[in-house]
Design a protein around this ligand. Sequence first.
Ligand SMILES: [Zn+2]
Ligand SMILES: [Zn+2]
Length: 111
Amino acid sequence: MQQTLTGCAFCDAPPGAETGEAHTWGQDERVTHPVCVDCAIQVEPDPDERDHFACDGCGLVVDALAALTRFRVELGHLEGPLQLCEHCSPGGLATYWTRDLKEHLVATPAE
Ligand SMILES: [Zn+2]
Ligand SMILES: [Zn+2]
């Protein structure tokens, strides 16, 4: 990822919008992406089924949390987790502890 970008890494929000930081673990070091307010507070409720988890970006459902990348978001006073699929996560899945999304895909969001 380009470190020079200061806009939101999760959507098209331009540089200048208020951003916080989203942290996750990459191959061997912590990576940080800028995240805007809208992306930081987006939440897709997890399905009722046990062990099913929804991507907070697009609502796609998987049967293993490891198929999503979890971010720790810090933005002002706001702090919380974000879990995103490889399509919504900048740079794709955060590598070393995540699993292949396709093997765990349960449902894709309605268009
Ligand atoms: Zn954003
Ligand atoms: Zn997604």
